[in-house]
Design a protein around this ligand. Sequence first.
Ligand code: GLY
Ligand code: MN
Ligand code: MN
Length: 495
Amino acid sequence: MAEKKSGERPHDPKFPEKFLNFMRSGWGPSELDVAESEQAPFTARRREAVSAAFPGETVVVPTGAEKVRANDTFFRFRAGSDFAWLTGDLDPEGVLVLHPNGSGHDAVLYRRPRKGTDSDEFFRSAKYGELWIGRKLSLEETSVRLGVEVRDVERLDGDLTGVERGKVRVLRGFDGAVDARFAAEEATEDAEGKPQLTRDAELAAVLSELRLVKDSWELAQLQNAVDITVRGFEDVARVLPTGGPIAERTLEGVFGLRSRVEGNGLGYDSIVGAGSHATTLHWITNDGRTAPGELILMDMGVENNHLYTADVTRTLPVSGTFTPLQRQVYDIVHASQQAGMDAVKPGAAFQDIHQTCMRVLAEGLGDLGVLPGSVEEALDKDSLVYRRWTLHGFGHMLGLDVHDCAASRPEHYYRGAVQEDYVLTVEPGLYFQANDELVPEELRGIGIRIEDDVRVTADGCENLSAGLPRTADEVETWLAAQREAGPRLATPVES
Ligand code: GLY
Ligand code: MN
Ligand code: MN
């Protein structure tokens, strides 16, 4: 073990008593002015929705702990999304429990207390001590901030004493101790042999499904994440030279700077694909460089300070203008995306939006002359050969996670219909691999995706990322304007 439970490490010095006593004294108060957060009324309503879904049952939702990177160093902690959604608490090691109370549930957040100047951990624990990691909220302050009862996590075990396994649901996979306390359930099948969700998996599904509709606070967070992302793309366009090569990692870094200065960081590793790297869907090695005349595909999203993320892709012509062939492919992808956006409205089946986008792509592939047969043959469900060049679906839900609501049951997500205030991406693309011998040479190495984040409105959708250009002409004009404006350094915004 690199670290004892107290947070001390094996190589920490054995301090003399005189030093210990000296360190225990002489510290003044570190008052904080804590008020209830704007989010608190929203998290309370979200907890009520979970309470209503599981009457009479105990519900346990942990956030997890910091993961070891090496020895006594850790990856930066990122709260569990369901836990954050229900509490607004972004610190590690918390567990939310909904205790049934007869008419509903009492919500209690169990947390590790702060290690301030009244404890030796204050100066001895690199992991928990405030001398090392800064002032944390006390249990009382946390309760005021989040608007929920907060107890010392040491009480969790005792408070769960006597809770029957059949009357508790646990969000598994976040906290080893919580998982161990409640044995995993046996998977079962229905009469037709179809696998059934365990009760715990059903909790994960219900949480995911409740998160499909974004409340007004969440919509504001998503718009904030997208707005920062738009500024990040502008920053990148401003340093993208028309002629000379620039490293993909330089562009990745410029966007990363914006993400960290204005937000919490990245919602996912940035994909920065110059030239044929654009045809690799998850190109995050980013060790290439731009070349004049080529395209560069960038799929980047900022995670804001409340952990909501954007997910945006733009494909830019390095030289400033698309070649006729690049423009032809770009226009196909744009037409597909526009058709997808036009199809998004409450009640629209997720699969129908997909088919709408894919039909436009398949028709475009037909126009490019690469399909082995007709468009209809390519689209036939027993063929789908067009997918060699489209590779992925039209989009996905977006929120606290880039691929949000992923534990939802299919009938509520990709086999269901979208509803008002869902937020999703619309992101068709065409990808011609550099070694694809089934397409003309001039298409090889071209990869184009256009990805925007849309909110489903009462009668259609609103493009949250409309701050970035989408058509080929708009892209060229915008890129020229960014270059004209010149580089700028991301600086913190006043909040
Ligand atoms: N950036 C990942 C995705 O577009 O799904
Ligand atoms: Mn996406
Ligand atoms: Mn993306």
